[in-house]
Design a binder for this molecule. Structure first.
Ligand code: 5AD
Ligand code: SF4
Length: 485
């Protein structure tokens, strides 16, 4: 879709188009005229920025927000010194919320110095009614609030906020709509996230995501393939297929298709060099997927497979629908089929009722699964989830002690695992100039580890062969072997 051509065809004097995509282009054009008026009054360009909290899904959503802000005519900047700042929030753990409140205080001071500043909030945290109440009461300077289900309406809501001196709020409880073909501005020219599904149906008992992201909805394979083909035409060589539970992709489509079948189709796209995906749920990971991965040239040697707990008893109360033994069996199957696979995970400590024995089971899985890395989280009580009302919450000091022991175990194993490839020559996607030393470039291995090596910016976006000379714990130092792969 040619965004500019689409915009050109919109007539602001005419009727608002009925088709949702065109409707949003109408509002982009309307915002553009409102912004131009304001810029003429002030005699300067106005700037905008999107600040992302949380996961890869939010990062991708922010690219959509930026895409629209750019088309509206704002100069896009990073950070919070801008005339329009939008926070794309996360609420998976309580501390994510606290960070947003803290930073809103800072934004308020900036707004006092720049009365033209507009502040918007969106994302998962806004789907919680208590949060919106609190913002309405204590953060009156916010101009616009919307949620996860109506993010496609951003242009329309922005137009409303630009014309109003009151707080504009639009939060939906759910949606079954997926609006395609809105503008997107990628952070990296050579790689991109691609949503394949939205929402989650699993209701793990600790997790707020199904409540704030709604029920599972898959995009059609046709739309996904079309988007990736366009991305490839535009210089993308690596895609990350995104969903809360990619393993259940396609089950609810009119013409059902499995995730493994989708991967087979994506693999065929000429010019695409690497495929990643996130996140897999162990209960839905099929043999077919393992087979497709093992035989693929393009799917990266990395699987993020959240464990959450190693205790079958806790897993049951978490509503994860697998046991410790089933999980370990899956790990073994993966390692057997794809020996060089890197395995990463998420683990929660301190789930209500977790005993020392349960925790020992988690340590046991960590030792047996040999994770390349693991994200470890302290259980956070999320209002509205079943676990929040369980009365056997674990005392803070016990949780902290378990967390420290788990972290040590995970880190020791990660160090051991990271060195596995030392001395090998591996293909690397060059991502950026090293932030500490500009004579070095930073690239990513298929298994998701980073390598730093001498080179220059002309290599960015290329896949080159790099000798992994030295492992430095969680990354490698290397040298280029040859620069065309
Ligand atoms: N407390 C702590 N961690 C949580 N996660 C999800 N909900 C919670 C919670 N209430 C973690 C899980 C998930 C990751 C994205 O966040 O480990 O896999
Ligand atoms: Fe949350 Fe479980 Fe869904 Fe993941 S699968 S988003 S942990 S409910």
């Amino acid at each position: 879709m040619n965004y500019d051509k689409e915009l050109e065809q919109i007539d602001l004097q005419g009727n608002i188009p009925a088709d949702e995509t065109r409707r949003q282009y109408y509002f982009i054009k309307k915002c553009r005229s409102l912004l131009e008026k304001k810029e003429n009054e002030l005699g300067r360009k106005l700037t905008a920025s999107a600040v992302t909290f949380g996961c890869q899904m939010n990062a991708r959503d922010s690219e959509k927000l930026i895409g629209i802000l750019e088309k509206v005519g704002y100069s896009i900047v990073e950070g919070e010194d801008a005339d329009f700042v939008i926070y794309n929030t996360c609420t998976v753990r309580e501390n994510a919320n606290l960070r947003v409140y803290g930073r809103l205080g800072v934004l308020n001071n900036k707004k006092k110095k720049n009365p033209h500043m507009m502040i918007a909030l969106c994302g998962c945290m806004m789907q919680e009614p208590e949060v919106v109440e609190k913002i309405k009461k204590s953060y009156r300077f916010v101009n616009l609030i919307f949620g996860t289900h109506n993010i496609y309406k951003f242009a329309e809501l922005l137009a409303a906020a630009m014309e109003s001196d009151r707080m504009v709020i639009d939060i939906w409880k759910d949606t079954d709509k997926i609006v395609e073909n809105l503008p997107v501005e990628r952070k990296y020219p050579f790689k991109s996230g691609v949503n394949i599904m939205f929402g989650c149906n699993n209701f793990c008992s600790y997790c707020i995501v199904p409540y704030v992201r709604g029920r599972e909805r898959s995009r059609t394979p046709v739309e996904i393939i079309r988007e990736i083909e366009r991305l490839v035409d535009d210089g993308v060589v690596e895609v990350m297929l995104l969903g809360q539970n990619v393993n259940s992709y396609g089950k609810n489509l009119e013409d059902p298709i499995s995730f493994a079948q989708l991967l087979r189709e994506v693999e065929k796209i000429e010019g695409l060099k690497r495929i990643r995906f996130m996140t897999s749920h162990p209960k839905d990971l099929s043999d077919e997927l393992i087979e497709v991965m093992a035989g693929s040239e393009k799917i990266c040697r990395h699987m993020h497979l959240p464990l959450q707990s190693g205790s079958s008893r806790i897993l049951k109360i978490m509503n994860r629908r697998y046991t410790k033994e089933q999980y370990l069996e899956l790990v073994e199957k993966l390692r057997r089929a794809i020996p060089d696979i890197s395995l990463t995970t998420d683990i929660i400590v301190g789930f209500p009722g977790e005993t020392e024995e349960d925790f020992q089971e988690t340590l046991d899985v960590v030792r047996k699964a040999h994770y390349d890395s693991a994200f470890t989280f302290i259980y956070s009580k999320r209002t509205g989830t079943p676990a929040a009302s369980m009365d056997n919450q674990v005392p803070e000091d016990v949780v902290k002690d378990r967390f420290d022991r788990l972290l040590k175990e995970v880190q020791d194993i990660s160090k051991e695992m990271a060195g596995r490839l030392t001395g090998q020559v591996q293909p690397v996607l060059v991502e950026e100039v090293n932030s500490q030393d500009n004579t070095l470039m930073t690239g990513r291995l298929s298994n998701n580890l980073l390598v730093h090596f001498p080179g220059d910016a002309s290599l960015i976006g290329k896949i080159v062969n790099v000798r992994l000379s030295q492992c430095k714990g969680f990354y490698y130092i290397g040298e280029i072997k040859d620069s065309e792969v």
